[in-house]
Design a protein around this ligand. Structure first.
Ligand code: FE2
Length: 209
């Protein structure tokens, strides 16, 4: 059984970028529903007991190879498992707005500068790709096996693990992530998210790939 992991910070400490009201719905309702759905769908699927990333990978592969169409349950398992994985990574990467926010250091810093020239140039491209993603989905920074970084736009519940990438950082561009606080101003919220990003979490993911 999967559980909705508690937020690693108090619910009102990401304000004004992400309000307590948004978090109460986003974490307490949306993610909780994905967790509950996944737990309901897994028994008898042949995927129960596997790690979350493995469930996402295997269900995606099964759907892609299924002829002529995947079963409804398999698609639902993928959708819900993908969204649990995406949201767990999303919520874990922030820190209170009042805390000191150092940028990336070490290998991650040097790799970003090598590929984009500066942290600001990387952030601008990442934000633009989040703004430019049509409909609901996620913008991701991931690492390839050789440490090279890549930004991808993933629709719906997709996660870069499906492409064999190591996901490091993500912004949720589903409307439920920003609409209560920012209405239609997706880009403004994405720009503000850099101010609460815990680069230490991103760097740890990069260094343990
Ligand atoms: Fe979300």
């Amino acid at each position: 059984m999967f559980e909705n992991k508690p937020l690693p910070y108090a619910i009102d400490t990401l304000e004004p970028v992400i309000s307590a009201k948004t978090l109460s719905f986003h974490h307490g309702k949306h993610l909780q529903a994905y967790v509950d759905n996944l737990n309901r769908l897994l028994p008898g699927s042949g995927l129960e007991g596997l790690p979350l990333e493995e469930i996402v990978r295997r269900s995606a592969t099964a759907i892609a190879s299924s002829l002529p169409a995947p079963t409804g349950n398999l698609q639902a398992i993928f959708n819900n498992a993908g969204q649990v994985l995406n949201h767990e990574m999303y919520f874990a990467q922030f820190r209170p707005a009042s805390s000191v926010m150092p940028g990336p250091t070490g290998h991650l810093k040097s790799q970003i500068e090598k590929q984009w020239g500066s942290l600001q140039a990387f952030q601008d491209e990442f934000t633009a790709k989040g703004v430019g993603l049509f409909g609901s989905g996620w913008v991701w920074l991931s690492a390839q096996e050789d440490g090279t970084l890549v930004i991808t736009q993933e629709p719906g519940a997709f996660n870069p693990v499906q492409k064999g990438l190591k996901p490091l950082l993500t912004f949720d561009v589903w409307e439920h992530a920003y609409y209560l606080d920012w209405q239609n101003r997706r880009g403004d919220q994405l720009k503000a998210l850099w101010g609460i990003l815990d680069w230490g979490v991103v760097e740890k993911r990069y260094n343990t790939r």
